[in-house]
Design a protein around this ligand. Structure first.
Ligand code: PH2
Ligand code: MG
Ligand code: MG
Length: 163
């Protein structure tokens, strides 16, 4: 059975656009991208002494279950050059699962929806572009509604596609 998922992509080291492009082109066939947001340049959140990020979100379809999807994304991060740093620190690529259908899942290694969506303008701005009416099943609000509660001045349109 096919599942709809939303991913957040981020990069603040190396050739940031190339890293995003490589990630998206490596998603198929395990995850088929359906809609891609624009790319935004965003102020670092959580740990400020690091380069600015490029962020975007992708809506896709997958047959993988949530844990297999996570394992696939982790492996893809490593293949694009990710090394272990520290929490909220710099990285070549970060691929996070935001939503998986309307699943609410809390396990030690995977929480869906992603637990910090509501605080993160760098997720909410690109997500509102492609899915403003998407309902956050754990918080009980739409993406548009969540976006209206965060400061978005640190989020700048960088380019409208990764092509
Ligand atoms: N990712 C983080 C920590 N902080 N800040 C921005 N602007 N964009 C990110 O993708 C990001 C971050 C850890 O995943
Ligand atoms: Mg992350
Ligand atoms: Mg991550």
């Amino acid at each position: 059975m096919s599942h709809t998922t939303y991913l957040s992509l981020g990069s603040n080291l190396g050739d940031r656009i190339a890293n995003l492009r490589k990630a998206i082109s490596s998603l198929p066939p395990k995850l088929l991208p359906l809609v891609q947001s624009s790319v935004y340049e965003t102020e670092p959140w959580g740990y400020s002494e690091q380069p600015v990020f490029l962020n975007m979100v992708v809506k896709g379809e997958t047959e993988l279950g949530p844990h297999n999807l996570l394992a696939f994304l982790k492996q893809l991060e490593v293949s694009i050059g990710r090394r272990e740093t520290f929490r909220f620190g710099p990285r070549f690529i970060d691929l996070d699962i935001l939503f998986y259908d309307d699943l609410v899942l809390e396990t030690p290694d995977l929480v869906i929806p992603h637990p910090r969506i509501a605080e993160r303008a760098f997720v909410l701005v690109p997500l509102a572009e492609i899915a403003p009416d998407l309902y956050h099943p754990a918080v009980g609000k739409s993406i548009q509604g969540l976006k209206s509660n965060v400061e978005t001045s640190g989020i700048k349109l960088f380019q409208s596609t990764i092509a």
